[in-house]
Write a protein that binds this ligand. Structure first.
Ligand SMILES: Nc1nc2c(c(=O)[nH]1)N[C@H]1C(S)=C(S)[C@@H](COP(=O)(O)OP(=O)(O)OC[C@H]3O[C@@H](n4cnc5c(=O)[nH]c(N)nc54)[C@H](O)[C@@H]3O)O[C@H]1N2
Ligand SMILES: Nc1nc2c(c(=O)[nH]1)N[C@H]1C(S)=C(S)[C@@H](COP(=O)(O)OP(=O)(O)OC[C@H]3O[C@@H](n4cnc5c(=O)[nH]c(N)nc54)[C@H](O)[C@@H]3O)O[C@H]1N2
Ligand code: SF4
Ligand SMILES: [Mo]
Length: 768
């Protein structure tokens, strides 16, 4: 039989990590059957890792849902039709908004590792409901870094690992977690080049550490001592680039005064790194022509996390490693994720963005709002409270906070305490099982999809993925869900669309002019631009690409905001035309397009501080730095081990793949432990261990590993999902980490959790 699905390879991308490597896939009978790297992808160039091969477990997991669901009083769910679901959700959320104000509704999520197009439409629902507070996973890892970045440069920065002489990985294991284009290929290139070097700062001898010339095996939680000692070595040994600092930075003297006083030998002993090694690694950094440095969860989910982000920057700034080949540079984003909620794709010519009141602190706990997000760790306290400003409802999309945020128990309790909660997901997740309504989205292979994780420099690329499988009956793309919600809330009607629908048939130039004209006269069109674009321009796009319509507005904004980089990529000229050309290029290149080509010097223009000078002096950070002098990482005799709760391994992918069969080896996330600790506890390889933290208990089999330090144990992230097999039976494999974590264990500035420093008590389990 002729089957169009089996003809040829189709362009797509991997959705497992933020790299989103280009793929070519073959599909057969609703399944993804063959996968290879797409050589035509402008960023990944054919590179993939082994995890991409298991994509069908996402597409065809038994937990996928195909009908809207409503929770019954007994906690089970009944299927309802879309019309009822949209009407009831609109009614309930309107009532909550009218009674307590839109600020009583929290929006959580908006996209995971592979899907951000839906979030561009969620922006309209957020406005329609008057929602003021948002959060997502970035507020449990990247907000401390963003806060520091805002104070120092105001520009988003990424390393140029492909060209650097020295690469520094701080609390990051890129061999497993990736994080920059063609990661493993680049790591091998650095390893095999005698003129280049890697410095890895990690308590564990990771795959990456084994490739490195310098492995600074810090004791868990002591990076602040290690990094400040490195900065102090730079200052005390006279290794800083003084003339560069004088020309490009402010605040050096205040910082140097603090660093001059640091007792390097003492700090080296606190962090457990041999002083001579610490000095030689630092000298290697100082003597390199270029250094790129990246930090990740090892420090971002750890003690002093915001301070660590600051100290990381000092190391590469004191050595002048900004705005040049091989160093850290300000990449040009297509859409700035950190303030996307405030820069919705209004058509550029529609005038000023809608003013959204900027709240600087969360309503109950007063936690800092960074990147427009409240810290994930305060969410339960913002709900489970008698405070009149507590959250009363939550709108959750494309994320699984009950599983992924600290203290799953309290997250479950929080969701059940709300007056209404909605989850939009492809699967019946741990979070969906606590919601009042669950709306089924079409999968990322069944609709147009894309991410804004575009971090490369000097060439940056974007890929619009086309759908290659028929949408499961009963599911809808997020663009359609949000359009229906905004319409049901009475904010948009066909009268807002008719003229623009007609204009869309006349081509993009006519549409652009018509949109600008209409948006000036019709405030609903300006306010809900993404949904309006979807309903008007979307109707004229090739079949199934309608959800790409918001990219027209984003393209228009981008060529105006980043004219030089856009011009470099061929999208210069009059902005309307440049934006249209970019949009067309996005639609017509299923492997992706290069939308930005920058010069290294452009990184200076990106600095948002006076005189385009980098600020080195953050008083709050220097105060915290002074305080660590007299403080050591806490040690609790009742919980003598430190658990790193969430190690990236070949069989982890957050929770986007739920199907346990994708775990090749054994299927149970093992607890890694040093042989010395195991024998002290009377355990051998494969024995089961009972873990007890101040918050909860769990059980796991052990794997002996001398890559860890004694006293340090680790478990993988993303395991312990409650997976319902097709026959209805439950299968939970591995530890659900956040049953073990506490929300109050968090950074005082950004509120990010200390998941890499969970005190734990271990005991051998007699028999399982
Ligand atoms: N395979 C796979 N890849 C992924 C993901 C996945 O689920 N699976 N998730 C993606 C996501 S969302 C993210 S945010 C990234 C995260 O990527 P990474 O941050 O690189 O991953 P982790 O393994 O969580 O942590 C990195 C390292 O921190 C180390 N560490 C633990 N304690 C300390 C400490 O006290 N100090 C220092 N310096 N290091 C410490 C650990 O030993 C570990 O090697 O990975 C992405 N890539
Ligand atoms: N203890 C501990 N906790 C951690 C971590 C850790 O290391 N340790 N890591 C943390 C990190 S860094 C991160 S980033 C978070 C990640 O945690 P979350 O932000 O919660 O993200 P995911 O687990 O990836 O969940 C993504 C959800 O999107 C759904 N989905 C997939 N495709 C679509 C789609 O097309 N549409 C819709 N609407 N939904 C879709 C999936 O089914 C899944 O439920 O976890 C964090 N939690
Ligand atoms: S898991 Fe990440 S690195 Fe591996 S193929 Fe997928 S996107 Fe690329
Ligand atoms: Mo993450």
């Amino acid at each position: 039989m002729h089957n169009t699905e089996t003809e040829g390879w189709k362009k797509s991308a991997c959705i497992i990590c933020a790299l989103n490597c280009g793929l070519e896939i073959k599909t057969e009978g609703g399944r993804i059957t063959k996968i290879k790297g797409d050589k035509a992808h402008p960023i990944s160039q054919g590179y993939i890792c082994e995890k991409s091969q298991r994509m069908d477990f996402y597409q065809n997991g038994a937990d996928r849902i195909d009908s809207p669901k409503r929770r019954k009083p007994d906690g089970t769910y009944e299927n309802i039709d879309w019309e009822t679901a949209i009407r009831e959700i609109a009614e309930k959320f309107s009532a909550i908004k009218n009674k307590y104000g839109g600020e009583s509704i929290l929006y959580y999520g908006g996209g995971s590792q592979g899907n951000h197009l839906g979030g561009t439409y969620a922006d309209s629902t957020i406005k329609a409901l008057g929602i003021q507070y948002r959060s997502n996973a970035l507020a449990q890892e990247k907000t401390g870094e963003a806060w520091v970045q805002g104070k120092m440069t105001g520009a988003p920065v990424h390393g140029d690992f492909e060209h650097c002489e020295v690469a520094v990985f701080l609390g990051k294991n890129p061999w497993q977690s990736h994080g920059f284009a063609r990661t493993r290929a680049v790591l091998r290139e650095i390893e095999s080049d005698p003129n280049r070097a890697m410095v890895v700062i990690d308590p564990r001898r990771t795959e990456t550490a084994k490739m490195a010339e310098f492995h600074l095996a810090v004791k868990p939680g002591t990076d602040a001592w290690c990094l400040s000692a490195m900065s102090a070595i730079l200052v005390q040994e006279g290794l800083v680039t003084s003339s560069w600092l004088a020309e490009h930075t402010t605040g050096y003297e205040a910082v140097a005064a603090v660093l001059r006083k640091i007792d390097i030998a003492h700090y080296a002993s606190v962090c457990g790194v041999d002083e001579a090694l610490l000095r030689s690694a630092t000298r290697r950094i100082a003597s390199a022509k270029s250094v790129s440095m990246i930090e990740d969860l090892g420090v971002q989910m750890n003690l002093h996390s915001t301070l660590n982000s600051y100290l990381n920057r000092l190391v590469w700034l004191l050595t002048g490693n900004y705005a040049k080949p091989g160093a850290n540079n300000a990449f040009v984003p297509l859409l700035n994720l950190s303030n996307s909620s405030r820069r919705a794709p209004q058509a550029a010519s529609a005038g000023k963005p809608i003013a959204v009141r900027k709240w600087t602190h969360s309503p109950v706990t007063g936690a800092k709002v960074i990147m427009g997000l409240i810290p994930c760790n305060v969410i339960p306290d913002e709900i489970l409270s008698a405070h009149p400003k507590r959250f009363r409802a939550m709108f959750i999309e494309s994320s699984n906070p009950v599983h992924s945020l600290a203290d799953s128990q309290r997250m479950r309790e929080s969701l059940r305490a709300l007056e209404c909660s909605v989850v939009i997901d492809v699967a019946m997740t741990e979070t969906a099982r606590q919601a009042d309504y669950v709306l089924p989205a079409s999968s990322q292979f069944e609709k147009a999809e894309a991410t804004f994780f575009n971090l490369e420099f000097p060439r940056n690329g974007f890929q619009l993925r086309h759908p290659h499988l028929a949408a499961r009956p009963g599911t809808l793309p997020e663009a359609e869900i949000h359009a229906r919600l905004v319409e049901a809330l009475g904010e948009l009607h066909s009268a807002n669309y008719i003229f623009l629908r007609f204009a869309a048939r006349l081509g993009y130039t006519a549409f652009g002019l018509a949109f600008a004209w209409k948006a000036m006269r019709d405030k609903q069109v300006a306010r809900y631009a993404p949904v309006v674009l979807y309903r008007t321009l979307g109707a004229s796009l090739p079949a199934q690409l309608a959800p790409a319509a918001s990219l027209w507005g984003i393209s228009q904004l981008y060529v105006r905001a980043q004219a030089a980089a856009a011009k470099g990529a061929g999208f210069g000229g009059p902005p309307l035309l440049g934006g249209n050309r970019l949009f067309k290029a996005i639609l017509q290149n299923p492997s992706g397009v290069i939308f930005a080509v920058s010069q290294y010097g452009d990184s200076w223009a990106a600095v948002k501080l006076p005189g385009q000078k980098i600020n080195l002096h953050i008083q709050e950070m220097l105060d915290e730095l002074a305080s660590i002098n007299s403080k050591l990482p806490p040690h609790r005799p009742d919980y003598p081990y430190i658990l790193s709760a969430g190690e990236r391994r070949p069989d982890t992918s957050n929770t986007s793949i739920r199907n346990p069969e994708w775990l090749k080896r054994g299927g149970f996330g093992v607890l890694r432990i040093h042989p010395q600790d195991a024998s002290a506890l009377g355990c051998a390889e494969g024995d089961w261990m009972q873990l007890r933290t101040p918050r909860g208990t769990a059980q796991a089999p052990i794997e002996l590993s001398d890559e860890l330090q004694p006293g340090h144990v680790s478990l993988p992230n993303g395991h312990g999902l409650d997976y319902h097999r097709a026959d209805g039976t439950l299968d939970r494999r591995g530890v659900s980490l956040n049953e073990l974590t506490n929300t109050e264990d968090r950074d005082p500035f950004a509120g990010t959790p200390w998941h890499k420093y969970v005190p734990v008590h271990l005991e051998r389990l007699a028999a399982v």
